[in-house]
Design a protein around this ligand. Structure first.
Ligand SMILES: [Ca+2]
Length: 320
């Protein structure tokens, strides 16, 4: 059993919003190998209040309303909160307490949980790393007390090919937080766009989910179709990717329980913070020189796409 704290900028449930955090949360709930102990929310794909409310609603939908939720950072550490063209507009009024089930600020809750169970907890961070950076500032020993941190973030072997957002979204939103996490000494596994763009969900997958008759699958299928349509309108991109969307965040959740689905390589990674032009770009040294810097993380360089699809769709298929 992997004891998991999930940190998310979830937007699934808002019309036309990104779905991958929602699929990641659903996988964490449905996977019998995961004990989901806390969900933290953060500004990113949407504002933190919307993320908090949608997280609470999705947990209820998943029959996991007992999982505590802690609202986190409303903005990056130093920067204004940027929006990407693919982002859904916030649809929920800010500053509202969704249900009274929130349990204080995410950074403080992360510190308390990790320090109370040293060596036991895996943090899966699938949004900007602001909450973890704040937790490390509050209590630097979090870096050695946490069992592992799995991050969906960065791109290491490839490139975004988007001049306006040269770094991967989560690192681009809060590059200073990402740099703090990478410098922290925490045991890090980084799941970047190099692998997450290869694992995709299509309209045909959505149709099959709908046919299953399960309530979550039908909801997820509708959200998937809306998100793919939104992407096709706003970021037409590569024609080979049309009709599908990437499953970035679920792959990070899978990496916590099934690291065998990915190929890993030790690396030293820095995140660019000095200039706006290269904001959030990850610089990965693969330690191939005679005098390399010390490794500070493991990066995913390959993925068993069929194995991951089987794991994700098979596990989600157990949800009512
Ligand atoms: Ca996310």
């Amino acid at each position: 059993m992997v004891r998991v704290l999930l940190d998310t900028d979830l937007a699934m449930g808002a019309p036309g919003s990104d779905i991958d955090d929602g699929f990641a949360l659903a996988l964490a709930v449905a996977d019998p190998a995961v004990d989901l102990e806390l969900v933290c929310t953060v500004n990113g794909n949407t504002d933190v209040d919307t993320a908090t409310r949608l997280t609470l609603e999705l947990l209820d939908r998943l029959g996991a309303g007992a999982v505590p939720v802690a609202r986190g950072a409303a903005a990056p550490l130093l920067r204004a909160s940027p929006r990407s063209p693919a982002d859904a507009e916030p649809v929920l009024p800010p500053g509202t307490d969704p249900s009274g089930r929130e349990v204080g600020h995410a950074a403080r809750r992360l510190v308390e949980r990790v320090m109370a169970a040293p060596g036991e907890l895996t943090l899966v961070a699938i949004g900007p790393l602001t909450n973890l950076a704040l937790a490390l500032a509050l209590e630097p020993r979090v870096a050695t007390a946490v069992k592992q941190v799995v991050v969906m973030g960065g791109v290491y072997l490839e490139h975004t090919n988007v001049a306006a957002m040269p770094g991967e979204f989560n690192f681009w939103v809060d590059p200073e937080a990402a740099a703090m996490v990478l410098a922290s000494g925490a045991p890090l596994r980084l799941v970047g766009l190099d692998v997450t763009r290869r694992v995709r969900l299509s309209r045909a997958d959505a149709a099959r989910m709908r046919e299953s008759g399960a309530a979550f699958a039908a909801f997820a299928a509708d959200c998937t179709d809306e998100w793919i349509s939104h992407l096709e309108r706003t970021v037409p991109g590569d024609e080979r990717e049309r009709g599908s969307c990437a499953l970035h965040d679920p792959l990070a959740v899978a990496a916590a329980t099934r690291p065998d689905l990915l190929t890993w390589r030790d690396a030293h990674v820095d995140v660019e913070t000095a200039t706006e032009r290269t904001r959030g770009v990850a610089v990965a040294d693969l330690l191939a020189t005679d005098d390399p810097p010390a490794a500070n993380c493991r990066i995913a360089v390959g993925v068993d796409t069929a194995g991951f699809r089987d794991h994700l769709l098979g596990t989600l298929g157990t949800l009512p």
